[in-house]
Design a protein around this ligand. Sequence first.
Ligand SMILES: C[S@@+](CC[C@H](N)C(=O)[O-])C[C@H]1O[C@@H](n2cnc3c(N)ncnc32)[C@H](O)[C@@H]1O
Length: 230
Amino acid sequence: MKKFVFKFSTYVSIFLILPVLKLFGKKFYESKVLPKLLTVLCNTKPNHYQRKKVVPLAIGDVVEIGVGPGLNLQYYNLDNVNKIIGIDPSDELNKIAKKNANKVNLDIEFNLSSAESIDLPTSSVDSVVCTFSLCSIPNPQKALKEIYRILKPGGKYYYCEHGISPDLSTRVFQNVTNIFYPKLSGGCHANRDIPKLISESGLKILEKDTMYLPGSVKFLGFNYWGVAIR
Ligand SMILES: C[S@@+](CC[C@H](N)C(=O)[O-])C[C@H]1O[C@@H](n2cnc3c(N)ncnc32)[C@H](O)[C@@H]1O
């Protein structure tokens, strides 16, 4: 029953409430609505369950791409981590991330920039973590090339993303909603082929798991997670 209510309210929000809020103007929508929306959508129990599968694996000098509101920060294994740099262009989400970093007493350097152009030397980091962000990065191919570039040879990319579904009916729905959903969601595309994008960057996928997250609406719920190596 709880799952049904959550799914129903997600659909009502996406197809009814968000379009109405959008009418109040771009500035209001981007500064007041989007940060809260992303924090709520990313803060579900199944999403946290997914985070716990990949984030604690990061070691050494770590870069988190699309760190957003900092919902992963509590899951780093600080015994294995030397330094964390969080990259995200959103100032509003960065304010929330700073609060979350303080809550877990984490010393993290935030970099308000885009994954498509990372201001770090080639072959300089041991791990890159990216969760639920490849969907929203405007040019994921370019971002993944940058991730490849900054990773040391043998460095690892830990990922967890929602993406294209293996089921035809859901794929059709994802492709149709892709016409307008990115405009309501801060650029989130429901239909990206995550393994293909990762492989095309030159990274080699070592582990890949998939499943629909319980309680998620189907078109946003098909998850890919695992590890790729440079
Ligand atoms: C759905 S949120 C996910 C946030 C966080 N990774 C998480 O797991 O909760 C997508 C994030 O991607 C970020 N983003 C969008 N474009 C980006 C870009 N070009 N480079 C890096 N991050 C970007 C957004 O600001 C947002 O924080």
